[in-house]
Design a binder for this molecule. Structure first.
Ligand SMILES: [Ca+2]
Ligand SMILES: [Ca+2]
Ligand SMILES: [Ca+2]
Length: 303
């Protein structure tokens, strides 16, 4: 009898242990589900704030004066400081793609003068390979490569013989396997403009790719538009309202060489948005295309 009681007690204890472990597992599962729901709600909150941020940029671009585009205008200057959307902090920056050199349309001379390509040890290889990759013909330049080279790779690669669809595509091009060059190009090169450079927004690196424009002239173009305080994007800036106005700075001869490569307006605007709440954050990149008063989203990418 005593033994039986003992066994019964053990069974009860075992059942209690089993039940409690089931309860623990159950509670754990419930907690995990709650946490997942919490994560995705947080994610939704961060993405919604990023979308709201992008809408603010669109609104600025729609109300912007389209005579020229400069760094003191609302699409650029309104986003210098972080702002809040609900509980989410939004850091946002806008760059016009016309401030950069278009890799699909630039001449060999200009590509060779673009800082990340000019400074690379294998500069000739990079420039020739890029041109061979995008030009329609199959004749390889001295430092370049065409399908004969790419089809022997393991695995073989199809030589594009057409324009780049993204800067990242360069990773397939001969000589570009050092991704540092691609990273630097992301800041000064584009594939989105019509090929003309906006003299109101162009960086020093971009301006220095123009024929006959050296460091001093490029500095001069920037100093002139920055106004008296020498700072860009401030109230006293003096944007070029027409391309002719740059002639005063560069002189007649240089102006004749570069005028067909210039613009004072921009159409493509890259928006980089970081949203954060506590330890959670999200990065998004979007490309906006403006035509008149219409702004389209070309891509939206979580990075
Ligand atoms: Ca404008
Ligand atoms: Ca080719
Ligand atoms: Ca200024």
């Amino acid at each position: 009898m005593r033994d039986h009681r003992g066994i019964a007690l053990i069974i009860v204890l075992w059942i209690a242990v089993l039940l409690s472990s089931i309860t623990i597992t159950g509670a754990y599962l419930v907690r995990l589900e709650q946490r997942q729901a919490y994560y995705s709600a947080r994610e939704v909150q961060l993405i919604s704030a990023a979308m709201a941020g992008m809408e603010k940029v669109k609104a600025e671009l729609i109300k912007d004066d389209n005579v020229y585009d400069s760094l003191k205008e609302g699409w650029k200057s309104s986003f210098k400081d972080d702002f809040s959307i609900g509980e989410v902090t939004v850091s946002l920056s806008v760059e016009d793609e016309e401030s950069k050199l278009n890799l699909n349309t630039a001449s060999r001379e200009r590509l060779a003068k673009l800082a990340p390509l000019e400074r690379a040890i294998n500069s000739n290889e990079l420039v020739d390979s890029l041109i061979d990759w995008t030009d329609k013909n199959t004749d390889a330049l001295p430092g370049g490569a065409e399908e004969g080279y790419y089809k022997l790779l393991m695995p073989p690669v199809q030589c594009k013989n057409g324009p780049l669809d993204s800067i990242e595509e360069l990773v397939f091009v001969k000589g570009f396997q050092d991704t540092k060059v691609i990273d630097s190009l992301r800041k000064v090169a584009t594939i989105y403009s019509d090929g003309k450079v906006n003299i109101n927004t162009a960086s020093l690196e971009t301006l220095m790719t123009l024929p006959k424009v050296n460091y001093l002239l490029a500095q001069g173009i920037i100093a002139h538009r920055n106004g008296k305080d020498l700072e860009q994007g401030t109230e006293d800036d003096l944007p070029y309202d027409t391309i002719q106005r740059v002639e005063e700075v560069v002189g007649k001869d240089v102006y004749k060489e570069i005028q067909s490569l210039l613009t004072v307006k921009s159409s493509y605007f890259k928006v980089t948005i970081r949203t954060s709440f506590g330890k959670y954050s999200k990065m998004v990149e979007a490309m906006l295309y403006r035509q008149g008063r219409i702004v389209q989203v070309k891509y939206w990418e979580e990075v």
